[in-house]
Design a binder for this molecule. Structure first.
Ligand SMILES: [Zn+2]
Length: 160
């Protein structure tokens, strides 16, 4: 089911999400379906959108859903930055479709998570995937890209 995407300024986006417990595992399928439908709905409307974090639909759980070539559900992820290299990006977000934020992200990172089958996974990410996952992971900690802007001029209006 397509859910409403919370928008910039909504208090719920600034809250810390909590890990999924083993007793909640059975609720993941419904959550994954909702994340999928919501991401696809956004893509249809705006032509962009590679991933979504559960708190963006008001679910305060540490879950990220990414769909690039194939769907990947990441439960209780842990992020590690690799090295000191950073890249400057113009970040966008489904919670503010008409805004870009110039900011820095780590060039390389590693993400470990539990997949939908309950197996532990670990992936190395670089460049665009690295910045994407850092963006989604921030959502789990209640951090929006706007909060990472160094200067107010780093907020750029995006032409619809
Ligand atoms: Zn976002």
């Amino acid at each position: 089911m397509q859910r409403e995407i919370l928008l910039l300024g909504d208090e719920r986006l600034y809250e810390m999400s909590v890990p999924v417990t083993s007793s909640e595992w059975s609720t993941l399928e419904a959550l994954e379906n909702d994340l999928h439908d919501t991401l696809m709905g956004f893509r249809e409307r705006y032509g962009v959108g590679r991933a979504i974090a559960a708190p963006q639909i008001g679910v305060k759980k540490r879950v990220i859903y990414m769909y690039i070539d194939q769907p990947i559900l990441m439960v209780n992820p842990k992020l590690t930055f690799l090295g000191e290299d950073k890249i400057e990006v113009l970040d966008d977000c489904m919670s503010f479709p008409y805004l870009l934020v110039r900011l820095e992200r780590y060039k390389k990172c590693q993400l470990s998570y539990i997949d939908r089958e309950g197996n532990e996974q670990s992936i190395l990410l670089e460049d665009d995937l690295s910045e994407l996952i850092q963006h989604e992971y921030d959502h789990l900690d209640g951090i929006l890209a706007t909060m990472r802007a160094k200067h107010i001029k780093d907020l750029v209006h995006k032409r619809p």
